[in-house]
Design a protein around this ligand. Structure first.
Ligand code: 13P
Ligand code: SF4
Length: 301
C-alpha cells in the first residue's frame, strides 16, 4: 500500500479533510481535498462539516482555522512550520499608534500570531486587504506586520493615512528586481505576475499584483502564454495543472518558503495516525483574536 493509500483510508476512518496552501510541496497539494490561498482556506475551514482538518500550511493558518472553528480538531503535520513575518511587530508599536492617532483602525495581515491579532481591529489577507481598508470608516490605518502589503494597500487607497511597521516576508522581500528585469528581457511577450509581499521595485515591474489565487486566475484568464512569476515556487503545481499549454518563469534565485516545505506526506500520515500536533488557542486570547478574523469575513463579503 502506498503512503497516499494509507492517508486516504485514515481520512475516511477519522472523518478528516486535508487543506493545503499553494506553497506546500506538489505531492502534498496532490492529496489535498482543498487547495487555496490564505483567504480561501480560512473561509472553507469554517464551513466544512468534517470533525478533523489536517492543515498543510504554517502555524498561523492552523491557528486561524481553530479560532474560526473551535469545535473542530485541527491537526498540523509540522508544528515547527512557522511564518517568520507572523511575529514581526511589537505591542508597543500598536500602543504608540493608538495614542498618536484618532480615528485609527489597526489592520492585521492574517500572517500573524493569535496574540498580534488580538491587538487588532480587523484582519485581512492579500486577497481582500485593499477592499477592506477602502471600506473601513477610519481615516488612519496602522497596517501590521507586512510593510510591503501595507505599502501596496496605501498606494491603492490614497484617501487613507496608512502607517506601516517594519515586518516583511523574507521569501518575497528577497525576490530581486534585477532578476525579474532580466527575465523580462529574455521573454518580452510575458506578463509579470507578482504577490504584494514583494518589494517596491519588483511591484513596479509587474503587470498584475495579487494573492496566490489571484495570480493563478490571472494566468488562466489572460490571453498571454508566457508569465514571469514573482511569488513562492509552490504555485507552479496549480499554474501548470490549470494551464497546460502556458509557460511560467521564476527568478533565477528561486523563492522557496522553507517553512511551507517542512510539510511532507509522512508527516500528514503521522498526524492522522496519532492526532498529535493540534492547533490550539485558549481562553481570553481565543476570544479576542477571533473578533478581527470574524470582522474580516463579514467585510470581505
Ligand atoms: P496568500 O495565501 O494570501 O496569497 O499569501 C501568501 C502567503 O505568504 C501565505 O503565507
Ligand atoms: Fe510567511 Fe513568506 Fe513563508 Fe508566506 S512565504 S509563510 S509570508 S515566510
Amino acid at each position: 500500500m502506498t503512503i497516499q493509500d494509507e492517508i486516504q483510508i485514515l481520512k475516511k476512518e477519522k472523518d478528516a479533510v486535508i487543506l493545503a496552501h499553494y506553497y506546500v510541496r506538489p505531492e502534498v497539494q496532490k492529496i489535498a481535498d482543498y487547495i487555496g490561498d490564505s483567504f480561501y482556506l480560512s473561509k472553507i475551514a469554517e464551513k466544512l462539516p468534517n470533525r478533523t482538518i489536517v492543515f498543510c500550511g504554517v502555524s498561523f493558518m492552523g491557528e486561524s482555522g481553530k479560532l474560526l472553528s473551535p469545535d473542530k480538531l485541527i491537526l498540523m503535520p509540522e508544528p515547527e512550520a512557522d511564518c517568520p513575518m507572523a511575529h514581526m511587530v511589537a505591542k508597543d508599536e500598536v500602543d504608540r499608534a493608538r495614542k498618536t492617532y484618532d480615528n485609527l483602525a489597526v489592520v492585521c495581515y492574517i500572517n500573524s500570531t493569535a496574540e498580534i491579532k488580538s491587538w487588532s481591529d480587523v484582519c485581512v489577507t492579500s486577497a481582500n486587504a485593499v477592499k477592506i481598508v477602502k471600506n473601513l470608516p477610519n481615516k488612519n490605518i496602522l497596517f501590521i506586520p507586512d510593510k510591503n502589503l501595507g505599502r501596496h494597500v496605501a498606494e491603492q487607497v490614497p484617501e487613507k493615512n496608512v502607517v506601516l511597521v517594519k515586518g516583511f516576508c523574507p521569501v518575497h522581500e528577497h525576490i530581486s528586481a534585477e532578476e525579474i528585469a532580466s527575465l523580462r528581457k529574455a521573454h518580452p511577450a510575458a506578463e509579470v505576475l507578482a504577490h504584494p509581499e514583494c518589494g517596491k521595485e519588483v511591484l513596479k515591474l509587474s503587470d498584475y499584483i495579487g494573492s496566490t489565487s489571484g495570480i493563478i486566475s490571472r494566468a488562466s484568464e489572460s490571453s498571454k502564454t508566457e508569465f514571469i512569476i514573482a511569488t513562492e515556487t509552490g504555485v507552479l503545481y496549480e499554474l501548470q495543472k490549470k494551464n497546460p499549454g502556458k509557460h511560467f518563469y521564476f527568478p533565477k534565485t528561486k523563492p522557496v518558503c522553507m517553512d511551507m516545505k517542512k510539510i511532507t506526506l509522512e508527516k500528514v500520515l503521522h498526524v492522522l495516525q496519532t492526532e498529535k500536533n493540534k492547533a490550539q488557542v485558549f481562553g481570553e486570547l481565543a476570544e479576542s483574536s477571533k473578533k478581527p478574523l470574524k470582522r474580516m469575513l463579514e467585510l470581505a463579503q
